[in-house]
Design a binder for this molecule. Structure first.
Ligand SMILES: [Cu+2]
Length: 110
């Protein structure tokens, strides 16, 4: 049986609203030409916010093309929500040696 909160998340997944009241569940810092944490595990549908703290611009691009942030200048942030469980390696297209991974696990598996 679903709680009200879980039902709301499911509704959100269907219509993809990016409301400001929805706080990101996870943050990845981009600092010193690296993603931190380098590997992050989230539950399907949770938000992952990337914040660029470097003086250089960076991007966040999935190896498989699932997502692409576009250029993030200093202090810019960008949020992605992945609905499909799986492993999502990503990199910075401006500095391809910058790599990270988001692992998405299915909801309700615990
Ligand atoms: Cu970069």
């Amino acid at each position: 049986m679903l709680s009200a909160a879980a039902a709301a998340v499911l509704l959100g997944a269907a219509s993809l609203p990016a409301t400001s009241s929805m706080r990101p569940a996870h943050t990845v810092a981009i600092k010193g030409f690296a993603f931190s944490p380098k590997s992050l595990t989230v539950t399907a549908g949770e938000s992952v916010r990337f914040v660029n703290s470097d003086s250089e611009a960076h991007t966040v691009v999935a190896d498989n093309g699932t997502f692409s942030s576009g250029g993030l200048d200093t202090n810019d942030s960008w949020t992605v929500r992945l609905q499909k469980p799986g492993k999502y390696p990503y990199f910075c297209s401006l500095h391809p040696y910058m790599k990270g991974t988001i692992v998405v696990v299915a909801r309700g598996g615990h």
